[in-house]
Design a protein around this ligand. Structure first.
Ligand SMILES: NC(=O)C1=CN([C@@H]2O[C@H](COP(=O)(O)OP(=O)(O)OC[C@H]3O[C@@H](n4cnc5c(N)ncnc54)[C@H](OP(=O)(O)O)[C@@H]3O)[C@@H](O)[C@H]2O)C=CC1
Ligand SMILES: O=C(O)[C@@H](O)[C@@H]1OC[C@H](O)[C@H]1O
Length: 457
């Protein structure tokens, strides 16, 4: 087991910080502290719980700039993106706070008595977060779990624990009780696995690769532990010949280059109807080349480096040196884990068109008609997101119904809003996060029947 994590700036490879790891014995102690804090937290009046979460949101709001600066240094995210990410944590906390008093049960008509349902907190929740969006994804689990009356133990990714640690300090500054929200940095197979296995943890929320998600699901199954999984994706961007081709081409680069493609919703398969395929690629090339790559601290930068040397090697493995790329952008030379924007031309069955690359690489594939587009879009084990571009409303609805994915956008690439549900079909996950039901996912429903007549049943 590593004793400490060394955090590198992915744009410069400089050491930003070292962080002590959490041993399995420390995980056990953290779970006990969290369980004690949770009991008291669940008993706090809903209005007071909401007030404390709003204060936490205000404290985060006041810290947007330093949080963004930290994200920039540990994850290499461009400043504008990093600011958005910190703001997303604030917004999620406000949204979750608004749900506390609306977490109501139901009253169901029965004979001979009164039947009510109660929404009770689960207890201690483990949130295992990835490195691609360290702050927002940590908050997707943490904010609603706290709002519903649970304690949270957050295991950030090895490469990006710094913003998570700062958020835990800000929670204390806001007045959240000691022990209620703790951050446990460490290695996945050691710290993360100890958390998943701990009998005192009632639910695990995991975001990351499908392979690790499956392993965690098996561990949870052994204890019938509650589980939400947000896993990988290989999302299609389907452009029909009747679409506004200029608009579709202008929007496409952001859909697979934002966050340097390290986005589970990246539209990394660009499916274009054959009649407009060549024209679309002609329009796409200058749009991809205009996507600004470079120093993340420059406000004009749109794309930074990849998270690590390992991730760069992984991305490279999908694009052999001699592979003829339809479009290739530029990347800074020298230090940093840079990789250029790349569009390959391929077939649906190519490895680069099947596996999640998690880098700035997309594969363009022509299709013949609507049925062919749907067939190719669904020819994947994943089912997270997707976009379709068309001016035909009937087609938009037909294709949206036919594509097996949890989040689709028509004439847009938007995927994630904290007030709408988010999650995957097939190997992309289990359960939903965000949206109006976010708090309920952190409760157990208890049905209570109170007999009011001797024969009530
Ligand atoms: N859907 C998404 O949003 C994401 C998808 N991915 C995909 O996964 C690929 C590999 O990235 P990688 O970082 O290895 O992803 P992982 O899925 O392995 O890591 C995600 C999180 O899980 C933790 N973890 C790893 N192993 C275990 C375990 N046995 N028990 C509990 N927690 C564990 C990690 O910790 P640690 O950092 O210490 O390993 C990290 O906090 C990427 O290239 C991408 O394709 C990656 C991240 C996010
Ligand atoms: O998990 C992901 O990678 C995506 O859901 C991602 O998270 C925040 C962004 O807005 C999403 O695209």
């Amino acid at each position: 087991m590593l004793q400490e994590l060394t955090i590198l700036n992915p744009a410069t490879e400089e050491v930003v910080a070292t962080v002590p790891t959490t041993s399995p014995a420390e995980v056990d102690a953290a779970v006990r502290r969290a369980a004690a804090a949770q009991e008291a937290w669940a008993a706090v009046a809903p209005g007071d719980r909401a007030r404390l979460l709003r204060r936490f949101a205000d404290v985060v709001d006041a810290a947007i700039e330093p949080l963004a600066a930290l994200e920039l240094r540990e994850a290499g995210h461009p400043l504008g993106n990093a600011r958005w990410e910190a703001g997303n944590v604030r917004d999620l906390l406000h949204y979750a706070a608004g749900g506390v008093e609306r977490l109501t049960g139901t009253q169901i008509p029965v004979a001979g008595g009164l039947n009510i349902t109660l929404q009770e907190p689960l207890g201690v929740v483990a949130v295992i977060a990835p490195w691609n969006f360290p702050m927002p994804i940590a908050a997707w689990g943490t904010a609603p779990a706290l709002a519903a009356g649970n304690a949270v133990l957050l295991k950030p990714a090895e490469t990006t624990p710094l913003t998570a640690l700062r958020l835990a300090e800000l929670a204390l500054e806001a007045g959240l009780p000691e022990g209620l929200f703790q951050v446990l940095p460490g290695e996945g197979p050691v710290t993360g696995s100890a958390l998943v296995d701990h009998p005192g943890v009632a639910k695990v929320v995991f975001t990351g690769s499908t392979a690790t998600g499956r392993r965690i699901a098996a561990q949870c199954a052994a204890q019938t532990k509650r589980l939400t999984l947000e896993l990988g994706g290989k999302s299609p961007n389907i452009v029909f010949a009747d679409a506004d081709i200029e608009a579709a081409a202008a929007a496409a680069p952001g859909s697979f280059l934002d966050n340097t493609g390290q986005d589970c919703c990246a539209r990394s398969r660009i499916l274009v109807q054959r009649g407009v395929y060549d024209r679309f690629l002609e329009l796409l090339e200058p749009a991809v080349k205009a996507f600004t790559v470079g120093d993340p601290s420059d406000p004009a930068t749109q794309m930074g480096p990849l998270i690590s040397a390992a991730q760069r090697d992984r991305v490279r493995s999908y694009v052999p040196e001699d592979a003829p790329a339809a479009i290739r952008g530029e990347a800074p030379a020298g230090k940093g884990f840079w990789y250029p924007a790349t569009v390959l031309e391929g077939r649906p069955e190519d490895r680069a068109a099947v596996e999640e690359i998690f880098g700035p690489v997309a594969v363009a594939i022509p299709f013949d008609d609507e049925a062919d587009a749907i067939r190719i879009a669904n020819a994947t084990d994943y089912g997270l997101s997707g976009s379709l571009w068309t001016r035909d409303v009937g087609r938009a609805l037909r294709v949206s119904r036919a594509v097996a994915a949890g989040n689709l956008s028509v004439n847009s690439h938007s995927s994630v809003r904290y007030w709408t549900p988010f999650g995957g079909f097939k190997q992309s996950g289990l359960g939903r996060e965000l949206g109006p039901d976010a708090l309920a996912a952190f409760t157990e429903t208890k049905n209570v029947f109170i007999a009011t007549e001797p024969a009530g049943s």
